[in-house]
Design a protein around this ligand. Structure first.
Ligand SMILES: [Zn+2]
Length: 333
């Protein structure tokens, strides 16, 4: 089957990756649920099934609907995969939260839910819970490695990095090995992961994982698309699924922390946010990170670091409401 064939729609409950023909590529649409307009919510899935058995790698993009790098990476990797020379399977979902993609939002416009907070989902729940349920059960659960391609999206600003599970377990060691060979020189290890994520779903099943971040901002920088494309190929090489060797990258920054950007330093005042530090800067407790100004330029709030750390994320959309996250800090490994 060539990748130019039309999408084959499959009822998701009946879908089984083991039934996909070997030595072939499959362009599928998993039918999740009917929508009010009469169309179905269909999750696109690109599957390359090698002629020889081997590991299964799952690559996801568009878990957040306003992060575009991975959406460009996946079709490119799929086009270049040769199933006759592949060991194992590569399952790739290029746009996981389809409704959020349609409206260019992080979360779903239908039920307001963040797909990265609702795993393992619910087969009888709202649309985002159903996407999580089926994506988890039918796709991620099959993985020997999960690669979840994110970026900062419209509202945030994050350096290009690869995140991984930092634990002295089989899954943790495998995660770190993939991260070190991914090809990106900012590594962010997470000893623990809050529930509801694709990666917490994987952790609970002993599946190694990495994810990416990049500046985002509604764009996809060519260097980030190239870096993540190389990272997916490097991961397949590390697992021995395609020919070629790959050397580990010495990290310019090796960071360690929870990775929970929900627990960031939030704005008290609404206004215009003006950062005073750069991403990846080291700050001490009490250092000024930025301020929030009113429309005539007066500072309403001076934002200071509550603890020492490295600036790993900051607000990218400069209009802020009270409670919006402005900064996240993490530690060095
Ligand atoms: Zn994201």
């Amino acid at each position: 089957m060539s990748d130019s064939e039309p999408m084959a729609t499959v009822a998701v409950a009946a879908f089984d990756v083991r039934e996909l023909a070997r030595g072939a590529k499959h362009t599928l649409a998993l039918d999740i649920a009917p929508l009010p307009g009469g169309e179905g919510l269909r999750l696109p899935l690109l599957a390359a099934v090698g002629a020889e058995p081997g590991p299964t790698v799952v690559v996801l993009a568009g878990i957040h609907g306003d992060e575009y790098e991975g959406m460009l990476v996946i079709p490119q990797v799929f086009a270049d995969l040769d199933p006759t020379a592949l060991r194992g399977r590569v399952l790739m979902a290029p746009v996981c939260n389809v409704p959020a993609f349609v409206t260019a939002q992080r979360s779903s416009p239908i039920d307001g839910l963040n797909l990265a907070r609702v795993f393992p989902g619910d087969s009888h729940g709202t649309i985002t819970q159903r996407i999580a349920y089926w994506l988890g059960r039918k796709v991620i659960a099959e993985a020997d490695l999960l690669i979840d391609l994110h970026s900062a999206g419209l509202a945030y600003h994050i350096p290009t990095l690869v995140g991984y599970y930092h634990a002295d377990t089989e899954a943790g060691r495998a995660s770190q090995r993939v991260a070190r060979h991914f090809g990106v020189d900012v590594l962010w290890g997470h000893p623990d992961i809050a529930p509801g994520r694709t990666v917490s779903f994987a952790t609970e099943r002993g599946i190694p994982w990495v994810y990416t971040e990049a500046p985002g901002a509604g764009r996809a920088r060519p260097e980030d698309v190239a870096a993540f494309t190389r990272g997916v190929w490097n991961s397949l090489r590390v697992l021995g699924m395609v020919e070629g060797t790959v050397e580990p990258v010495a990290p310019a920054h090796h960071l360690l922390g929870s990775g929970d950007l929900d627990r960031s330093i939030a704005a008290n005042a609404g206004g215009l946010f003006v950062p005073a530090v750069a991403l990846l800067a080291d700050v001490r407790a009490g250092d000024v990170l930025g301020e929030v100004r009113d429309p005539v330029g007066r500072a309403l709030e001076i934002v200071r670091a509550p603890v020492p750390g490295v600036v790993i994320s900051m607000r990218g959309l400069l209009r802020v409401h009270p409670g919006d996250g402005l900064f996240a800090l993490t530690g060095r490994a």
